[in-house]
Design a binder for this molecule. Structure first.
Ligand SMILES: [Zn+2]
Length: 323
């Protein structure tokens, strides 16, 4: 039984066909087209190609950055694709493929979180929260082994957890959102501001950036921190502290057994995980008198979203058959 998972990213669309045991049987990838209509056509052609090669596909799951309505078919908003405002993405794809199979749409962070739950570090957990530290901060919540989407499909937007009153202005229009303090972008901002304030300590970061403070990038901060550079370590401690505070806030509400940290920034390992775990316990209510959630690094890799959304789509088909 095959399911097709499509991951629409900013630069590429990846498609993977998985069997019911989440085994990848076919994978393709193309650059992301510029318009919504061209994206639809691309997805339809990826489906046709998969059918030609493998025979029947039971379902299509599409993972995309942005807000997905509670119906799991409509993009209500996306920062990347302007046409995706109340856009019935699943309807459009189903029309293009003559309604041969059902299509579901899921937010990229939810898809990746589900992938992590079924094949990654979250396997075997019951209540799990995934936090993805990349350019921004994404999240997914699994409660009692089910993806928790909330009432309007808007749950787990942890990147916009209001952390700092009157803090940094966020792309969402509000101020002080968690992702302004926990992301690759925040890492760069903390490092640049540290070099400005303490230039005598900034020699290594300035050397890596060719002497230009504004040219300091995340990978330079990672490299400096790995070498033991004081300001590089400071920047990781800062985002780690905010990550820990956010986990404590989330634990107060959801009491999960596991947090999973994913995204590009976590590649530095302990440089981020140590301050995150330390501050998680530091800010956890009644920490001395309760079990603590385990904090793990994600293991499902870049295809987690594709695996996750393919499975969510297949589950939906099977649930309907059993209903
Ligand atoms: Zn925000």
């Amino acid at each position: 039984m095959y399911s097709l998972g499509i991951d629409i990213g900013g630069t590429k669309i990846a498609a993977g066909v998985f069997d019911e045991n989440h085994k990848l049987v076919k994978r393709t990838q193309v650059p992301t087209p510029q318009t919504a209509t061209a994206i639809n056509a691309q997805i339809a052609s990826m489906y046709r190609e998969a059918v030609e090669e493998l025979g029947k596909i039971e379902a299509i799951g599409i993972s995309a950055a942005g807000n997905v309505a509670a119906d799991r078919r409509t993009m209500t908003f996306s920062a990347n694709i302007p046409a995706w405002i109340d856009y019935p993405l699943a309807d459009h794809i189903e029309e293009l493929i003559d309604h041969e199979v059902p299509v579901i749409v899921e937010n990229d962070a939810n898809s990746a979180g589900w992938g992590e739950y079924i094949v990654g570090a979250g396997k075997g957990t019951k209540n799990m929260v995934m936090l993805t530290v990349g350019t921004g901060l994404g999240g997914a919540i699994i409660i009692n082994g089910q993806l928790f989407r909330g009432s309007f499909g808007m749950a787990a937007e942890v990147g916009h957890l209001p952390m700092v009153p009157d803090g940094e202005t966020c792309g969402c229009g509000l101020r002080g959102c968690a992702e302004k303090y926990i992301s690759g972008t925040a890492l760069e901002r903390f490092a640049r501001s540290a070099v400005r304030r303490r230039p005598q300590k900034g020699a290594r970061l300035l050397e890596l950036s060719g002497g230009d403070i504004d040219a300091i990038r995340g990978e330079m901060v990672s490299q400096a921190a790995k070498e033991g550079d004081e300001l590089g370590l400071y920047a990781f401690n800062k985002i780690g502290e905010w990550l820990g505070r956010s986990m404590a806030a989330i634990a107060t509400v959801l009491d999960p057994d596991t947090f999973i940290i994913g995204g590009g920034v976590v590649a530095v390992g302990d440089l981020l995980m140590k301050p995150a775990e330390y501050n998680f316990v530091r800010f956890l209510q009644a920490a001395a008198y309760r079990p603590h959630a385990q904090v793990l690094v994600a293991t499902a890799g870049n295809d987690a979203g594709m695996i996750g959304v393919a499975d969510l789509a297949l589950q939906e088909v099977l649930n309907k058959q059993n209903a």
